[in-house]
Design a binder for this molecule. Structure first.
Ligand SMILES: NC(=O)c1ccc[n+]([C@@H]2O[C@H](COP(=O)([O-])OP(=O)(O)OC[C@H]3O[C@@H](n4cnc5c(N)ncnc54)[C@H](O)[C@@H]3O)[C@@H](O)[C@H]2O)c1
Length: 419
């Protein structure tokens, strides 16, 4: 088996973490138990470009239990958990191409290795695998039955490909499933972004002015958690509805140029480019901290920061690079502008990835069942899958809800009955 990981001797530590997170993934476990019996993915080659974390390991185990021949590569150069990668190779016989801190060239070599597996099904977190197949390996793309996409930025890229007529195989927007983004983006990114920032800086959030760029699912999750920890949260937005929601949720909403001189901590989570740039760094306080939790490292204009600094950036703590500007002000950049929750912490907690990855595994089964029937389009996850996942998650939490009575069903589907 070919693979490229940091160190094989990290495997025992990785195995412990995989097993620990499995405990909090009961829905995925149920899928795995069924997959073990029914083998719905039997003989299918599957390449997945995902954050290599303990939770992803449990997804990979599930796909393997379903009979898939799976290869994993990283979807971000800084998000790999090297011990988990080692355990996947050593303990589960799953090929992994991922090393935390790999340079851009290695990152793309690893994606190429996953493509050379000639996948019939692919899985992405950010659409790097799909876009590379389309641009450099069109022959391999002809055999792809379908692809699952895990994140907002990936779905945006894939919809753009569909619009341009460039998309050559079907894609399932797993990110857009309610069982995914309502929970994973909001509660998962929300909590783990706080976790990553605290692990990197050890700052007290209480009393700090925290500026959150983007009030999408990730932004509102993070903003709400910071508020709960006593921060004064300011939101910046470009969408008027989202800005209104933020205002009515009790946050201050303003332009970034107004927030820049006030903020102690800035976190971008927009999926957009150059949200924090020279004009904002120019206004920031001495010691301001800037971080990103959006998918790509383009939300903070790091080249501008480098240009504005008097000397080379210096690392003042793990994951904290300090830039000293001409007037002596210091700006602290976290994790090279890459998603802070995966770079400095462990990404989303297992309990929330349980839903996302159960949805991923079931969408994979669905794509295989639909082979030949789907067009080169971006599809939503079928609602039956969402119902199943949410019902079982509730059951696993020992929460029971009411059912509609026959009378209520009739009432809700009729238009004749008024008061
Ligand atoms: N860190 C993680 O683990 C993680 C997890 C899930 C998603 N993501 C990524 O986080 C990003 C946001 O995801 P989401 O699901 O919240 O997306 P979303 O589309 O729900 O929200 C993004 C928000 O940012 C706003 N926005 C866009 N440009 C802006 C700008 N210049 N200034 C201020 N606001 C701006 C948009 O109007 C929108 O409301 C994406 O890149 C997504 O892929 C990261």
């Amino acid at each position: 088996m070919n693979y490229d990981i940091k160190r094989a001797d990290l495997a025992p530590e990785g195995k412990k973490r995989i097993e620990w997170s499995d405990h909090d993934m009961p829905v995925l476990r149920l899928v795995r138990e069924r997959f073990e019996k029914e083998k719905p993915l039997a003989g299918k080659r599957l390449s997945a470009c995902l954050h290599i974390t303990a939770e992803t390991a449990n997804l990979a185990r599930t796909l393997q239990a379903g009979g898939a021949d799976i290869v994993l590569c990283a979807s971000n150069p800084l998000s790999t958990q090297d011990d988990v990668a080692a355990s996947l190779v050593n303990d589960y016989g799953i090929a992994v191409f991922a090393i935390k801190g790999e340079d851009t060239e290695t990152y793309y070599q690893h994606i190429k290795a996953a493509i050379e597996h000639s996948p019939q099904v692919t899985m992405d977190d950010g659409a790097d695998l799909v876009s590379n197949i389309h641009s450099d390996f069109p022959e391999i793309g002809k055999h792809v039955l379908g692809s699952m996409e895990e994140t907002t930025t990936g779905v945006i890229r894939l919809r753009a490909m569909e619009r341009d007529g460039a998309l050559k195989f079907p894609v399932i927007a797993v990110n857009d499933a309610l069982t995914k983004n309502l929970f994973d983006n909001r509660y998962g990114t929300g909590q783990s972004t706080v976790d990553g920032i605290i692990r990197a800086t050890d700052i007290l959030l209480a009393g700090k002015n925290v500026v959150v760029a983007g009030y999408g699912w990730c932004g509102r999750g993070f903003a709400t958690r910071c508020k709960g920890m006593g921060s004064n949260v300011i939101i910046t937005e470009v969408n008027s509805i989202r800005a209104l929601e933020a205002a009515m949720d009790g946050f201050r909403v303003m332009k970034m140029e107004e927030a820049a001189p006030i903020g102690d901590l800035f976190c971008t989570m927009t999926g957009d480019i150059r949200v924090l740039r020279a004009e904002h760094f120019n206004l920031m306080k001495d010691g301001a901290i800037v971080a990103n939790s959006g998918h790509f490292n383009v939300e903070i204009d790091i080249p501008a920061l480098e240009e504005m600094a008097t000397e080379c950036r210096r690392q003042v703590r793990n994951f904290v690079d300090q830039f000293i500007l001409k007037d002596g002000r210091r700006i602290n950049l976290l994790a090279e502008g890459r998603l802070i929750n995966l770079a400095a912490a462990e990404g989303h907690p297992a309990s929330v990835m349980d839903m996302s990855f159960a949805t991923q595994a079931l969408a994979t089964e669905w794509v295989i069942k639909q082979a030949g029937k789907l067009k080169a389009k971006v599809y939503n996850v079928p609602t039956e899958i969402e119902d199943w996942v949410s019902r079982l998650k509730l059951e696993s939490m020992n929460i029971h809800i009411d059912e509609l009575t026959e009378e209520q069903k009739e009432y809700l589907s009729s238009w004749q009955m008024g008061t």
